[in-house]
Design a protein around this ligand. Structure first.
Ligand SMILES: Nc1ncnc2c1ncn2[C@@H]1O[C@H](COP(=O)(O)OP(=O)(O)OP(=O)(O)O)[C@@H](O)[C@H]1O
Ligand SMILES: [Mg+2]
Length: 506
């Protein structure tokens, strides 16, 4: 097979950080190569060098797309962070790379709309074509991004964590597209933290560790534990597991009580959360769990129902008011609303509690703040070279930890975490779970809104929503199979009647 991508001895440093160190790899035409590694291993850096977005310090890359006259559309990349234009519609964004033009050079808008609608229709999102991207939910935005790249019919397809934030259905649709692209001989590099996905989508794998390519192998010769070993290095490979045993129910009165909450996609939901309890909230895309989380955190008003915190009504629809009342939360999409990129890690982590560091002249004391930050950084194991480093320079997983650290900085009564480990590697994931576990043991009430089974494992109890209503409530010990059945509507509607294990469909 002819070579399609040749990376030769590529190095790239950012200040003191060596993101890539003499990386060499070759991907053949039609091959699907997984690129995996922990947060900060250098994956995204390599992807942006492959697209020409950034230049290596030394070494060379060649991307040889067959039949390519040097057109930009020969290589398509779904970047880890959104590259969509917020004010433009989904259709315009999809068509952006190559507007169909008339012979007079005018953009044929009806054609733009039709092509985009067709692509979106394959994802059952045809009705989004005319909606500005800034009004879309993160999942929808990701789909628009993927459609845009696929619409260019690239010969080389680079995907940087394309399924982060996608639900199972959308991920399966993406895999279908990838499969068809492969059948047409398209060359693929696929970055993911979901190792099982990698076996579904790829032939071969390259593992990056601390900027070095430490392993390249056919996937038929590898197992998930092999990949984990290569990612973390042998010494660290034995950590994890055994964190969560069944626990007694908390006897304390609930700190958060939602009753009859109704909002778009949410239909009369009751939910109670006790101090020291960690509850999971899950469902398929559109089931209403995300919208319920938005109501609970003040991001969306309720049409009916009430939510109380320590007996006092929460000012629904008022984000500030909810934070002041004692709700701490991390937004779903950390790259668009999670942090201010240019601010330092210390500033971002303490954004909500800045007034605490004011001195007598009402100026913020950088020293006090940095001291507070170092405590948070230790607690969350944030890897930055100092309190002053701009957050945009951190790897995705470490940015996530900054956002998480901020949500607990103000000592909230209830902590609502939306997809807390999206795009986070195995070891960062475990360190996030350990921190959540410690907070819980300390009496913190935690609500984890997620579709990640590993996140739900941390929870004492999982509330499953289907079509805007609570369809099931699973208590430890539950299995992935039970949750998978419940989100499809296959769970029990009588939570109290669910004996553990009976519904096990594995
Ligand atoms: N623009 C930048 N300025 C400074 N440092 C950077 C920049 N981009 C990346 N880095 C650093 O380079 C290293 C590699 O980052 P990269 O984003 O490639 O990691 P990654 O493997 O994609 O991680 P993740 O899985 O978290 O997305 C990290 O230590 C990161 O902090
Ligand atoms: Mg990355």
């Amino acid at each position: 097979m002819p070579e399609a991508i040749v990376v030769d001895q590529v190095s790239k440093a950012f200040g003191p950080t060596l993101a890539l160190s003499a990386v060499s790899l070759t991907v053949n035409r039609g091959e699907s190569r997984a690129l995996i590694g922990k947060n900060g291993a250098g994956k995204s850096t390599l992807m942006s060098i492959l697209t020409g977005l950034s230049q290596p310090d030394s070494g060379s890359v060649q991307v040889l797309a067959e039949g390519d006259a040097g057109g930009a559309s020969a290589v398509g990349c779904v970047y880890q962070r959104s590259t969509l234009i917020p004010a433009a519609t989904a259709a315009e964004n999809i068509a952006l790379a190559r507007f169909p033009r008339s012979r007079a050079g005018l953009i044929r808008w009806p054609e733009v709309r039709r092509q985009a609608t067709e692509l979106l229709a394959e994802w059952e999102y045809a009705d989004l074509a005319g909606t500005p991207v800034e009004q879309l939910e993160p999942l929808e935005r990701k789909v628009v991004e993927i459609c845009r790249v696929l619409s260019q019919g690239p010969r080389v397809l680079l995907l940087d964590e394309p399924t982060a934030g996608l639900d199972r259905g959308a991920s399966q649709r993406l895999f279908g597209h990838i499969e068809r692209a492969r059948a047409r001989g398209v060359t693929i590099i696929y970055v993911s933290h979901h190792l099982h996905e990698v076996f579904e989508v790829c032939d071969s794998v390259t593992v990056l560790r601390d900027g070095r390519a430490v392993l390249t192998e056919q996937l038929t010769r590898m197992t998930v534990p092999d990949l984990v070993d290569a990612m973390v290095g042998e010494a660290a490979a034995t950590a994890g597991g055994g964190l969560r045993a069944a626990r007694p129910e908390s006897a304390r009165p609930p700190v958060l009580v939602a009753s009859g909450v109704t909002a778009p996609k949410v239909n009369g939901v009751d939910l109670a959360l006790r101090p020291g309890e960690c509850v999971g909230l899950t469902g398929l895309d559109g089931a209403g769990h995300m919208q319920l989380a938005e109501v609970l955190t003040g991001q969306r008003p309720a049409e009916a129902g009430t939510v109380t915190l320590d007996g006092r009504p929460l000012p629904l629809g008022d984000i500030r008011g909810c934070i002041e009342a004692g709700i701490g939360f991390t937004p779903e999409d950390r790259h668009t609303s999670g942090y201010v990129p240019a601010l330092s890690v210390a500033e971002n982590a303490t954004l909500n509690i800045m007034p605490r560091f004011a001195n007598g002249f009402r100026l913020i004391s950088g020293k006090k703040r940095d001291a507070f930050y170092s405590r948070l950084a230790g607690e969350w194991n944030i890897k930055a070279y100092g309190a002053a480093q701009p957050t945009e320079e951190l790897s995705g997983g470490n940015q996530q930890k900054v956002v998480l650290a901020r949500s607990v900085a103000a000592d909230p009564k209830v902590l609502v975490l939306v997809n807390p480990t999206a795009g986070v590697d195995v070891s960062a994931k475990n360190s996030i779970y350990t921190t959540i576990e410690a907070l819980r043991a300390d009496g913190q009430a935690v609500l984890i809104v997620t579709t990640d089974d590993a996140d739900l494992e941390v929870c004492d109890r999982v509330v499953v929503m289907v079509h805007g209503e609570v369809s099931a409530e699973l208590r430890h010990p539950f299995t992935e199979g039970m949750i998978a059945a419940a989100v499809q509507g296959g769970g029990t509607t009588e939570p109290d009647l669910l004996p553990s294990g009976e519904e096990d469909s594995q």
